[in-house]
Write a protein that binds this ligand. Structure first.
Ligand code: FES
Length: 159
């Protein structure tokens, strides 16, 4: 079809999964990540509940766009029941693939949930005195055709 967005993206946008619909205190997260997207200025909050290093719940809230909503909805489904170390390794392009693609200029939006999730996992480790246990990832390639990494996007904005 001529739609810019795949059916899966539309479905996740219309019926987003795991939105944080209670006050954060009530959810009482074991880890919390709040990040901004330097390219568009949007924000994302991801909170997780963890048991024996397994993510048992993952909720999120964003001021981001439809692509950010769909990506994070998909991501939040994918990481439930996953070990924190495996969840940390998920890349935005894996999520984009599961969504059946995103328009090129929207790829950066898929980075938002991913970044917030990693921040939440890092926060969980910090709270449990295990900071640095997961090796920080090198900058990820977020756009394969242009070979753009998160770091590039950040430095573009800074320059
Ligand atoms: Fe900001 Fe998509 S335009 S997250």
């Amino acid at each position: 079809s001529d739609w810019l967005y795949s059916d899966i993206v539309q479905e996740h946008f219309m019926n987003p999964k795991n939105v944080l619909d209670v006050p954060e205190d009530e959810f009482s997260p074991d880890g919390r990540g709040l990040v901004g997207n330097v390219q568009c200025g949007d924000q994302m909050l991801v909170v997780i509940k963890v048991e024996n290093d397994m993510i048992i719940d993952c909720r999120w809230k964003t001021y981001g766009c439809a692509s950010a909503i769909a990506s994070t909805s998909m991501l939040s489904e994918a990481v439930k029941g996953m070990h924190i170390k495996d969840a940390y390794k998920i890349t935005p392009d894996q999520i984009v693939e599961r969504l059946g693609g995103l328009p090129e200029h929207k790829i950066h939006c898929s980075v938002l949930g991913d970044k917030a999730l990693r921040a939440a996992i890092e926060d969980y480790l910090k709270r449990t005195g295990r900071e640095g246990e997961i090796e920080k990832q090198a900058a990820k390639v977020v756009c394969n055709c242009l070979n753009i990494t998160e770091q590039d996007i950040e430095s573009m904005v800074r320059d």
